[in-house]
Write a protein that binds this ligand. Structure first.
Ligand SMILES: Nc1nc2c(ncn2[C@@H]2O[C@H](COP(=O)(O)OP(=O)(O)O)[C@@H](O)[C@H]2O)c(=O)[nH]1
Ligand SMILES: [Mg+2]
Length: 202
C-alpha cells in the first residue's frame, strides 16, 4: 500500500512559466468549490491544514502545487509525487469572464503539464450528475487524460444506499471504463481506493 509520509506546499501559480519545475509524477484534484478537494488532500497526505479547507466557496482561484514523498509498504520503495489542487468551479455568482479565465487556466495546465499522470474528479455523493462535472470530464476525455471519479462526503449517505447512488452517478456522468469511488474525509473511509489508483499510475 502506498502511503504519503511527507508533504509540503510548493507554490501557487496561474501561468505555466510559474509552475514548479520538478518533473515528478503529478496528480490533480478537480471539482466544484466546496466538494471536499482540500479536505481530501489533507487526509491523503495526513497533513492537517496543508491544503486550506474552508466553508467559504470559490476562494481558491489558483493552481496550488504540493510536493510529497511516498513509501510503498510491501517493498520499501519510496519516491516523490506532486499533488495539485485545481481551482473549484461551479459557483453561480461567478461571472462569464471569471469562468473563461478558469477554463483557460485549466486548459493550459492540461496542455503543458507533461508530468500529469491522472486526475481525481470529485463530486458530492448526494448530488445528481451535474453539467459542470460533465464538462470537466469531457475536457479529460478529449485530451485522453486518465482519471477517476471520487464521490465525496460518503458519511452523509447510509452504506446501504451508496452502491445505487454510485451507479446512478456513473451513468449520469457518462463514465464508461472510469472507476468511481465513495470516500469520506470526515470518517477516513475509502482512501485506500485512491492510494491504489495512485500507485497503479506511478
Ligand atoms: N461530512 C463531510 N464534510 C466534508 C467532507 N469533506 C469535506 N467536507 C466539508 O465540506 C466543506 C468544504 O470542504 P473543502 O475541502 O474546503 O472543499 P474544496 O472547496 O473542494 O476544497 C468543509 O466544510 C469541509 O469540512 C466529508 O468527507 N464529509
Ligand atoms: Mg479547497
Amino acid at each position: 500500500m502506498l502511503r504519503i509520509i511527507d508533504s509540503y506546499y510548493v507554490k501557487s501559480a496561474v501561468e505555466p512559466a510559474d509552475y514548479p519545475a520538478s518533473a515528478y509524477p503529478e496528480f490533480a484534484f478537480a471539482g466544484r468549490s466546496n466538494v471536499g478537494k482540500s479536505s481530501l488532500i489533507n487526509l491523503l497526505t495526513n497533513h492537517h491544514g496543508l491544503a486550506k479547507t474552508s466553508g467559504t466557496p470559490g476562494k481558491t482561484r489558483l493552481l496550488n502545487f504540493f510536493l510529497t514523498r511516498y513509501k510503498i509498504d510491501d517493498n520499501e520503495e519510496s519516491g516523490f509525487l506532486q499533488l495539485t489542487d485545481l481551482p473549484g468551479y461551479g459557483f453561480a455568482e461567478v461571472s462569464q469572464r471569471e469562468q473563461e479565465k478558469w477554463r483557460r487556466m485549466v486548459n493550459r495546465y492540461f496542455e503543458q503539464r507533461s508530468q500529469l499522470k491522472a486526475l481525481f474528479v470529485l463530486v458530492d455523493i448526494r448530488h445528481r450528475a451535474d453539467k459542470k462535472d460533465i464538462m470537466m470530464l469531457d475536457m479529460l476525455r478529449i485530451r485522453k487524460i486518465d482519471h477517476c471519479v471520487i464521490a465525496t462526503k460518503a458519511d452523509k449517505i447510509p452504506k446501504t444506499k451508496q452502491k445505487k447512488l454510485l451507479a446512478d452517478l456513473s451513468k449520469g456522468l457518462g463514465l464508461q471504463d472510469v472507476p468511481i469511488y465513495a470516500v469520506s474525509s470526515l470518517n477516513n473511509t475509502g482512501i485506500s481506493q485512491l492510494t491504489d489508483f495512485l500507485q497503479s499510475r506511478l
